[in-house]
Design a protein around this ligand. Structure first.
Ligand SMILES: [Zn+2]
Length: 465
């Protein structure tokens, strides 16, 4: 598998070197006027000599560096904690053609770790500021920013890259990106064309924990293959909150979950808003009282807001470790000089330091990458609501707001769609109808669209008796 990728990139590089040689004859120069003596010595040590850890097929040459500097196009998704680190690492490793996509603007709370940003940049798009910083600091490097959602860019855009690196904090965005790269795969008589594979390097961090993984779409485990690894939100047991609190968090949860709905401090039906200081202040005061009752210390305003808004503190050093691991994988794949990570690295320094690597396996019936039509088993008397619940609650699907359509009596019919209010209203009554009442038949195909993927997913409805 790695050998295949290796030869793929070597072939791309060889073609590029021929082009460059021709260009040099025309231009009469190499075009690198911003280079200086010894600039890439650190990288050349890896690429221009053999070593005990090099890939078995590795041949030392100057081509790899030229490929990285001139040709290799990298896309970085996210210009936040991981993104800043990634851009710096990649640019200093010799990648000079980088695009970055991020939809966020800079907040003052980012400045402690997102080191490409300064106080004067608050309010400006992260992608723009990050690109400007790298471009002005690293001669010859060209970072092109896209202040956009990943969903606003199409497959023509994504297809231009050799490698894509994700530094995202959202599982939905990750799954969408995964789905996009899977949709770019070309199958010829069921055989995957390796030229259509764009490797995806995915980094993720949460507090002191992080992971880095290498995904070869269509060949190795994809994001959705391992969806069960993203567990639902961990909550404290209600009995602990209600009767035996031990942590300041338990006291805050008590005020948030039990006192707020009971005392209705801001009126009936007012939902607790984590961004409203008066709301947080109320929860904070109640939490303090609760904590005093049980001799618990550590309830602060800041912690209260953190618990209410479910904030997990970002740790700069975790971002640095994970981004470095991801950038190293980009370097290994782009240069073909070393064997890539196979394929999932876990990092945890909550207590001491712990790390290991394992090979995540492809799931035979992965809803995203398996090419196998998925069967859904329901009784004809099941209601459409049950189908909807299955799509959102199944650990392997975890959809957010699925839209279900089917062809009934030759016509395309929207059974339920949540994202457009008027259609939601019109289709809501369908949820309490049975599948039979909706005119659905055994072996019927259902098309489901969701924010977790750019592609519509097809399911086969199998009636159980
Ligand atoms: Zn998969």
């Amino acid at each position: 598998m790695n050998l295949l990728l290796f030869s793929l990139f070597r072939e791309k590089k060889r073609r590029r070197v021929v082009e460059l040689t021709e260009k040099m004859v025309v231009d009469g120069g190499d075009g690198h006027n911003c280079e200086w003596e010894g600039r890439w010595n650190h990288v050349k040590k890896f690429l221009e000599r053999s070593g005990p850890f090099t890939h078995p097929d590795f041949e030392p040459s100057t081509e790899s560096l030229q490929f990285m500097l001139d040709t290799c196009k990298i896309l970085v998704i996210g210009a936040g904690g991981l993104g800043c680190e990634l851009l710096k690492d990649l640019a200093l490793s010799g990648f000079h053609n980088i695009h970055v996509v991020d939809m966020d603007t800079i907040d003052v709370s980012n400045l402690n770790r997102q080191f490409l940003f300064r106080g004067k940049d608050v309010g400006r798009p992260k992608a723009d500021v990050a690109a400007d910083f790298i471009n002005s600091r690293i001669p010859g490097c060209c970072v092109i920013p896209h202040f956009k959602k990943i969903q606003d860019l199409d497959e023509t855009f994504y297809r231009q890259f050799h490698i894509i690196v994700c530094g995202l904090d959202s599982v939905v965005a990750r799954r969408w990106m995964n789905g996009m790269l899977l949709s770019l795969l070309v199958y010829d008589d069921g055989v995957l064309d390796p030229g259509s594979i764009i490797p995806l390097i995915d980094g993720g961090t949460e507090g002191f924990k992080g992971n880095a993984r290498v995904i070869l779409p269509g060949m190795t485990a994809c994001i959705d293959c391992t969806l069960e690894l993203y567990p639902p939100q961990v909550n404290f047991p209600m009995c602990t909150i209600a009767s035996m609190p031990r942590l300041p968090e338990h006291c805050i949860e008590y005020a948030r979950m039990l006192l707020w709905p009971k005392e209705k401090p801001f009126g009936d039906g007012v939902v607790l808003d984590g961004d409203d200081p008066e709301h947080i202040q109320w929860v904070y005061q109640r939490s303090l009282e609760r904590a005093a009752e049980f001799n618990i210390t550590g309830v602060t305003y800041r912690l209260t807001q953190g618990v209410v808004k479910r904030i997990i503190p970002a740790v700069a050093s975790t971002n640095a470790v994970i981004a470095a691991a991801c950038a190293t994988e980009v370097f290994k794949i782009a240069s073909s000089a070393f064997i890539p990570l196979n394929n999932y690295m876990v990092f945890n320094d909550v207590d001491g330091l712990y790390t290991y690597t394992f090979e995540a396996e492809r799931k035979e019936n992965c809803s995203a990458c398996s090419q196998v039509p998925l069967d859904m088993h329901f009784s004809p008397t099941s209601k459409l609501q049950e189908v909807l619940d299955y799509l959102t609650e199944s650990a392997s699907l975890q959809m957010k707001s699925p839209a279900i359509t089917a062809t009934v009596e030759g016509k395309n019919k929207t059974l339920y769609l949540q994202s457009v209010a008027s259609i939601e209203q019109r289709t809501r009554p369908n949820l309490s109808k049975t599948l039979k009442e909706l005119g659905l038949a055994d072996r019927q195909e259902l098309a489901v669209a969701d924010v977790t993927t750019p592609q519509t997913m097809l399911f086969r409805l199998c009636f159980t008796s």
